[in-house]
Design a protein around this ligand. Structure first.
Ligand code: PBG
Length: 304
């Protein structure tokens, strides 16, 4: 996935949304071709994606019940086992590891009784989720929460449990961005009060954005990422040069939907614009790209 030469479908990661307790697949209007899935529809989609050449997946679990402390992710374990049965070792399955779909507050962290971010409880909850995922067969975890120190904590927890080869793909330079709108509908994760600016990065601060990725590298992340992708393209190469690690780009929901809407108004040709957007990120130095269109790549003529 992180080969530095060539560019093909192997460098693309397909997100998949699994919603616990859903009775029927719900297509996402902002992300055509993507849905909130039941377990059954997820597995069908997964098989289709494998047949379409997708080899990297990022699973987003959306639990039926929100809580402020007790996060149950058994439903993800069941899905991972069945995905593994279908894919064998042909595909890599990453799981987005965050709390915003799990918490009543819609925040990526746990709050204490006084309403302040509780870092210890947040780490502990992320650790339990990460272990559940890896034990059930995830190839790696992808923490997207942006809480301080979470990569070091997860690395330690995974190592301690004997999962020292499970890689961490960290959302390492993630901005508090306006471009995540369509995603929040999919993951049912909009913050119920305030915003994410106390843990996500300020778009005006370049040095902070670089330092955030450097910290993740020091804490043991294996792969780094900028998010949103195109708006952060200027940071990809500097992060790679400062850390030596592969740096990917998340072409986020708002970026993808903007192409969809432009095409709907006939201002662009969707396929050509999508490929261009991937090439732009690749030129900027992205080792891999998370994109809602990964499953379209072969049809668009991209090599493996
Ligand atoms: C959860 C998470 C978000 C995205 C990926 N993981 C939303 C957020 O941080 O608010 C955004 C993905 C997208 O917009 O496509 N922390």
């Amino acid at each position: 996935m992180v080969s530095e030469i060539g560019f093909g479908q192997s460098q693309l990661i397909q997100p998949l949304f699994l919603a616990e307790g859903l009775s029927k697949e719900e297509p996402l209007s902002g992300l055509p071709g993507n849905s909130r899935h039941t377990l059954a529809s997820l597995l069908t989609q997964f098989e289709k994606d494998l047949a379409a050449g997708v080899r990297q997946f990022l699973l987003f679990p959306v639990p039926a019940h929100k809580s402020n402390r007790n996060f149950a992710a058994e439903f993800v374990g069941t899905a991972l086992q069945q995905m593994r049965q279908r894919a064998g070792n042909d595909a890599a399955i990453w799981v987005d590891t965050c709390l915003c779909s799990f918490t009543e507050t819609g925040h990526c962290c746990v709050h204490d009784a006084r309403g302040r971010q509780d870092l210890g409880a947040t780490h502990a909850a992320l650790g339990v989720l990460a272990l559940t995922y890896v034990k059930a067969g995830a190839d790696g975890v992808s923490p997207s929460d942006m809480n301080d120190g979470r990569v070091a904590y997860l690395r330690h927890k995974l190592d301690e449990a004997g999962h020292d080869i499970a890689p961490i793909m960290s959302y390492s330079t993630k901005f508090a961005s306006n471009f995540y709108g369509p995603f929040r509908e999919a993951a049912d994760s909009a913050p119920q009060f305030g915003d994410r600016k106390s843990y996500q990065l300020d778009v005006r601060n370049r040095s902070d954005a670089l330092a955030s990725s450097r910290r993740c590298a020091e804490e043991g992340a294996d792969l780094l990422m900028v998010k949103p992708g195109q708006p952060s393209a200027d940071l990809i190469r500097p992060i790679n040069e400062q850390t030596g690690l592969p740096v990917g780009a998340y072409q986020v929901s708002g970026e993808y939907t903007s192409l969809v809407l432009l095409a709907r108004e006939k201002f662009v040709e969707f396929d050509a614009a999508l490929i261009e957007s991937w090439h732009n990120l690749r030129r900027a130095g992205a080792s891999y790209i998370i994109t809602y269109g990964a499953r379209l790549a072969r049809g668009l003529g991209l090599p493996r």
